[in-house]
Ligand binder design. Structure first.
Ligand SMILES: *[C@@H]1O[C@H](CO)[C@@H](O)[C@H](O)[C@H]1NC(C)=O
Ligand SMILES: *[C@@H]1O[C@H](CO)[C@@H](O)[C@H](O)[C@H]1NC(C)=O
Ligand SMILES: *[C@@H]1O[C@H](CO)[C@@H](O)[C@H](O)[C@H]1NC(C)=O
Length: 177
């Protein structure tokens, strides 16, 4: 009897949490690799406008952001072995969608003689990264180390950077959104 009562109470509580959670998701939040004062850094962006409940066939009821924008010729890459990319810039402003695996981003200091990389941030399957630290805004870029089995889609922006509000410096806290 007591067990049944506790069970009912527990279900009611978790049910309440589950149904309240989506209401807190107002905007899609994405981690962005940006150029700041000539150096690569991370920011957490709230994409605008807000998420809406889809009414489109096939996604009815899903939280939806219809402003990814036009993307150019896109590419798929699979890292078959552990790969250290070395310091590099985003070749072009783009989305990097992590399909499988994971990678670790790290950043050089302002001193070109300092070989240490810091600010390590891990991206995992399911993350959408915005990479806009192109050579014109970041002199040394960032480093990425990809685990074997990681696959990514690179989708260059055709238009402007999508509208967003910077929530804070550094990558978004996990879990996203
Ligand atoms: C969410 O997007 C709206 C624009 O639709 C914007 O005004 C608002 O600041 C964003 N929310 C956050 C938390 O940044
Ligand atoms: C995309 O690829 C096609 C086929 O290779 C090419 O003709 C076209 O110019 C490319 N578009 C852009 C924007 O690079
Ligand atoms: C951060 O990443 C760099 C480059 O991959 C690596 O050399 C360093 O050991 C990492 N630091 C930490 C604290 O994981």
């Amino acid at each position: 009897m007591l067990v049944a009562l506790l069970w009912t109470l527990a279900s009611a509580l978790t049910g309440a949490v589950a149904s309240r959670a989506p209401a807190q998701l107002k905007n899609l939040t994405l981690t962005a690799l940006v150029g700041k004062h000539g150096r690569s850094a991370l920011e957490c962006w709230a994409m605008a406008p807000e998420l809406v409940e889809s009414t489109a066939t096939g996604t009815v009821g899903a939280l939806s952001y219809g402003h990814i924008g036009m993307t150019g010729n896109s590419s798929y890459s699979l890292f078959t072995a552990l790969s250290n990319a070395g310091l590099h810039n985003a070749p072009t402003a783009q989305y990097v969608m992590i399909l499988t695996g994971s990678g670790e981003l790290s950043f050089p200091s302002a001193d070109p003689a300092d070989p240490c990389l810091r600010g390590n941030y891990t991206v995992v399957a399911g993350d959408i990264l915005i990479a806009v630290d192109t050579a014109d805004v970041s002199s040394r870029g960032h480093n990425s180390v990809w685990q074997a089995g990681t696959s990514v889609l690179q989708m260059p922006f055709m238009g402007d950077t999508p509208n967003h509000v910077v929530l804070h410096e550094g990558g978004c806290h996990k879990p996203h959104m």
